[in-house]
Write a protein that binds this ligand. Structure first.
Ligand code: GLN
Length: 483
């Protein structure tokens, strides 16, 4: 039963082949047995899950239907969950039980999804390896010595290991697409504003966006359907109609114009990944797509701009965690300054502290113009590059990451080398565009992803291209040995 996709589960439940309660119990047992190897969950909510599963079964018995009704999922541990610990994988919030559900959590619960628990992540979503969690590193099920990517690494490892069919993630600079690539999943970062950020603990508010991680594009469409929509509680939520994301899955790719940016194949890309990306291009050509080389001339400035903007916003967002209003409080403070200083020094891990320092510096008087303002200008140039490119092509294709998953600990002494892994993903966040990563082959037994980008609100087009590709390839069906 654990091999079933969301789409297959929906059919199985509708045909009464099994109940949501049976499925939920099977997966909870599988998590208890296998997750100790992976560390993909921070909190399991077994009782709540069984309660939700029973309720979903009762709703089906009453004639209700729906693709998510009774479907097991899990939430990245930065989505607030009423009465359940929401830690952001930080000591700072180790004892925080949210007093409300995030909009995404509430919407999925309403649709009847069954939440099995909260998944591990990089502390405050800062990272690309899921090594900065207060609860320990997550292991990649394809090779337990390697990272699963981050920051949604727990969601990715759990879904890749067939502990559950799909999970939520968030993507500020690649944290859905990159772990999807490194664990052989399909992951979608929607257009900025498509999915409500209310109740999603903020890292960099102008870049953060929630989205689905699953094994297939078809399943991403199902989960996204439950997550998306205007939310008056989020001032950056966009009041755009939500299309049926599954409606275009079967549209033919004949005549689809795919742009391949020359800059995506420059120095730093593992040549074996380049070859797999070219294979995927050939496959899509066979399906009728027309390939065109394009240019995103400002791409080389994306990493420096992102690593100014994201830490700047983080330093502001994380100021609320001071041991008074929120978060860990130190023992026996001698005065208020001591309380702030020690609470924050004890509560935040080294990567979070590094980002706060970088961000506070970039925003400080005298440096603001040189760093933050410059970075915002670059952001606009990058967005303009995409607008120009999408005048000529329908989607953009390239690698998701320059390298496959690295060994746990390999980049610990050099944070910048980890930042460079985001080179292909962060442009979509800077521009606010939707992006998807899909499985495209293996290098040394480790999965490789291909990334697709589309114009604003064209998530359906991304899902369509990925689904057509998946109908004609079997990379996404491969599962890691031992799981
Ligand atoms: N790796 C990037 C960072 O560390 C992106 C993280 C994310 O998307 N949350 O900032």
């Amino acid at each position: 039963m654990h091999q079933l996709t969301l789409a297959e589960i929906a059919r199985g439940l509708a045909d009464k082949k099994f109940s949501s309660e049976e499925l939920t119990k099977t997966l909870l047992a599988r998590i208890a047995q296998l997750d100790p190897q992976l560390n993909s969950f921070i909190t399991l909510t077994e009782d709540l899950a069984i309660e939700q599963a029973k309720a979903a079964d009762a709703r089906r018995a009453n004639g209700e239907s729906g693709a998510l009704l009774g479907a097991p999922i899990a939430h990245k541990d930065l989505f607030c969950t009423l009465g359940v610990r929401t830690s952001c994988a930080s000591k700072m919030l180790d004892n925080f039980k949210a007093p409300y559900d995030a909009t995404v959590v509430a919407k999925l619960a309403e649709a009847g999804a069954v939440s099995l628990g909260k998944t591990n992540m990089d502390e405050f979503a800062m990272g690309s390896a899921n090594e900065s969690s207060y609860y320990g590193a997550v292991k990649n099920p394809w090779n337990l010595e390697h990272v699963p990517g981050g920051s949604s690494g727990g969601s990715a490892a759990a879904v890749a290991a067939r502990l559950l069919p799909a999970a939520t993630g968030t993507d500020t600079g690649g944290s859905i697409r990159q772990p999807a690539a490194l664990t052989n999943l399909t992951g979608l970062k929607p257009t900025y504003g498509r999915v409500s950020r209310w109740g999603m603990i903020a890292y960099a508010s102008s870049l953060d966006q929630g989205g689905p991680l699953a094994r297939t594009a078809e399943d991403c469409a199902i989960l996204l359907q439950g997550m998306a929509g205007f939310d008056p509680k989020d001032s950056t939520s966009i009041d755009e109609p939500v299309p049926n994301f599954s409606a275009d899955l079967n549209t033919s790719l004949k005549g689809l114009r795919i742009g391949v940016p020359a800059e995506f194949f420059s120095e730093g890309l593992d040549p074996r990944i380049a070859e797999l990306v070219h294979n995927s291009i050939k496959e899509l050509e066979k399906l009728g797509a027309v390939i065109k080389t394009i240019s995103l001339p400002n791409m080389q400035h994306a990493i420096p701009a992102y690593y100014v903007i994201a830490p700047a916003e983080a330093s502001s967002n994380l100021s609320r965690f001071d041991g008074v209003r929120f978060g860990h409080r130190c023992e026996d403070p001698k005065d208020l300054t001591d309380l702030y200083k020690r609470s924050r020094a004890e509560g935040f891990g080294p990567e979070v502290q590094r980002r706060i320092l970088v961000g506070a510096y970039a925003l400080s008087a005298g440096y603001y113009d040189a760093y933050y303002l410059q970075a915002q200008k670059i952001r606009r140039l990058i967005k303009n590059d995409f607008v120009a490119a999408f005048n000529e092509v329908d989607v953009i294709l390239g690698p998701t990451t320059p390298n496959p998953a690295w060994k746990i600990g390999a980049k610990n002494s050099d944070p910048v080398s980890a930042y460079l892994e985001d080179v292909y993903t962060i442009t979509a966040n800077l521009a606010g565009l939707p992006g998807l990563s899909m499985p495209a082959g293996f290098v040394d037994g480790l999965p490789v992803g291909v990334q697709l980008l589309a114009p604003y609100f064209q998530e359906g087009r991304l899902l369509n291209v990925a689904h057509q590709y998946q109908l004609n390839t079997d990379w996404h069906t491969r599962s890691p040995a031992g799981f």
